[in-house]
Design a protein around this ligand. Structure first.
Ligand code: FAD
Length: 274
């Protein structure tokens, strides 16, 4: 079976909770190594991630790991969350800088994810396996691609054990990134983040915000399908599965699926890989 991990976002109402339950039940059949739960910066959203992690661990028996972002949280808040996750039995954290929702001005005490990685190591030694984010197509706020690589290496030097990429649709960007980081002396696993496609206009919005390129040939084809959602899903599942095959054949250690709490698009890719 393809080695995978899955990413969920924390539901905020009963309907979303029921949807995540259905999705987790279905995708558990693919034996994910772990599942992760995203984290929204600041305020009342702070409690949703721990609740979701607890539920996925207790109700579904999944190895659920929280994302923790430092941009919106104080040192004291982050310390409390780490304590809570340790008490829940978590041994893995996805450590990020995070993005603040637009209009939100609050800054945390740490500026970069490397500061958070160092803080987790200071507070908890080797207890947590620390995953960090990385960007084969370059983070949109980086000064330039080489600076972004140096900053990625700083997270590894601070103690990251493994990295998950931003999603991309161009396998060569991943292979080149892995070659570059290996040449820079970084030996940790680099797990491709995979975005199964269910909705083209949503994908286009996300991709503009996070700097992921939708290749012209894919965008043109999906545009041409217009409102024909089934054709978009079929085409996209074929294209994403073909890329996944290339990634695995080229040495990717595992695939991390951005599920958006939906089972079907991820299953469509996984069933093509089986
Ligand atoms: P960093 O590694 O801190 O990098 C951010 C930017 O700062 C980059 O441009 C980098 O080049 C630059 N930089 C880093 N160090 C320095 C330095 N010393 N000097 C100058 N520039 C520097 N966001 C959320 O809010 N919640 C989530 O749950 C979440 N989950 C994610 C999961 C994955 C796998 C990935 C890839 C991203 C996720 N994100 C999430 C998005 C992420 O928070 C954003 O991409 C964010 O803008 C950058 O986070 P980072 O941890 O990569 O930051």
């Amino acid at each position: 079976m393809t080695p995978i991990s899955l990413e969920f976002y924390p539901p905020k109402n009963d309907e979303q909770r029921a949807q995540l339950d259905r999705t987790a039940r279905k995708l558990k059949a693919y034996s994910p190594e772990f599942v992760s739960v995203t984290f929204g910066a600041g305020g009342s959203t702070l409690s949703y991630t721990p609740e979701t992690v607890r539920g996925l661990r207790a109700d579904h028996g999944l190895d659920a790991a929280p994302h923790l972002s430092c941009m919106g949280g104080t040192r004291a808040e982050l310390r409390e969350l780490l304590k809570l996750y340790r008490a829940l039995g978590c041994q893995r954290i996805v450590a990020l800088r995070g993005d603040l929702p637009s209009g939100m001005a609050r800054m945390g005490e740490f500026r970069y994810a490397s500061d958070l990685v160092a803080f987790i190591r200071e507070e908890h030694g080797d207890h947590f396996r620390i995953e960090v984010g990385c960007y084969p197509e370059t983070h949109p706020q980086a000064e330039d691609a080489l600076a972004d690589l140096r900053h990625f290496k700083a997270k590894v030097d601070a103690g990251a054990d493994s990295a998950i990429t931003q999603y991309f649709f161009n396998a060569d960007a991943y292979f080149r990134f892995v070659d570059d980081v290996r040449a820079a002396g970084v030996g940790i696993p680099v797990i491709p983040g995979i975005m199964p496609i269910s909705n083209f206009s949503q994908l286009r919005r996300f991709s503009e915000a996070c700097g992921a390129e939708i290749p012209r040939w894919m965008a043109k084809r999906m545009q041409a399908y217009g409102d024909d959602a089934d054709s978009i899903r079929e085409f996209a599942a074929d294209a994403v599965a073909a890329m996944c095959r290339r990634l695995l054949e080229g040495g990717a250690p595992e695939l991390h699926f951005y599920t958006l709490n939906l089972a079907r698009p991820t299953e469509a890719v996984l069933s093509r890989l089986a």
